[in-house]
Design a protein around this ligand. Structure first.
Ligand code: SF4
Length: 216
């Protein structure tokens, strides 16, 4: 049986790793629990990292003079700049990763459909956007598998996510070893999978692999 390379995956820490939600809860996520055996997780909680503490009052994204801000309505704190600084620092220092599993509906971790409110007062959402950390992840890693635990309950989305995750982890190993022989092996192992996704791209990759005089 083929041995799979262990992917390195950044995960929202409240998913199976820590009681770090605003109310001290941890969220159960069957896919994160199952993957612990096969994946090297890097758990992180952006809200704790910027010093909001546990428990804490929830934060939300509001529209303020045409600009999105991340605020804590109860305290009136605006933590937008702290959150942006954390996202940059963390993503610049985390090293090479193969994917992300993020908490959905969070104004920090969610990567899509996060509610934006017109003010800090009680009101309905007026639009949707990315959370701060989730949005920064999408911007920095547009080609990596990035999903939330809500979407990963869909078996088709889960299959695509896991396929991409494990193939990219295998490719990361090939790149780090730097030999054409390993690249040829990678291509052979994944030929039919690549063909199923795109025959045109497979031909381009085949031409690269065939050019054995070149180094990796
Ligand atoms: S969603 Fe993100 S910021 Fe919120 S508790 Fe979970 S890990 Fe922390």
């Amino acid at each position: 049986m083929r041995e799979f390379v262990r992917p390195k995956v950044v995960v929202s820490k409240c998913l199976e790793f820590d009681h770090c939600r605003y109310n001290g809860d941890m969220i159960s996520s069957p896919i994160v629990a199952k993957l612990k055996e096969h994946v090297d997780f890097v758990p992180v909680c952006a809200e704790v990292e910027i010093g909001l503490g546990i428990p804490r009052s929830p934060v939300r994204i509001i529209l303020d003079n045409g600009e999105h801000r991340l605020v804590q309505p109860v305290s009136g704190k605006d933590v937008t700049e702290d959150m942006k600084a954390f996202c940059t620092k963390f993503l610049d220092s985390v090293g090479e990763v193969d994917g992300f599993i993020l908490k959905f509906r969070s104004p920090s971790c969610g990567f899509k459909d996060i509610k934006v409110y017109p003010s800090i007062g009680k009101s309905g959402a007026i639009e949707k956007t990315s959370g701060y950390f989730g949005g920064a992840v999408l911007k920095k890693y547009p080609f990596l598998p990035v999903e939330d635990e809500g979407r990963l309950k869909n078996s088709r989305i889960k299959e695509h996510f896991l396929t991409k995750l494990f193939v990219l982890a295998a490719f990361r190993k090939v790149k780090s070893e730097g030999s054409m022989k390993d690249l040829v092996r990678f291509h052979t192992d994944n030929k039919y999978l690549l063909m199923a996704y795109s025959q045109a791209e497979l031909r381009k990759l085949g031409a690269i692999v065939a050019n054995k005089e070149k180094n990796l």
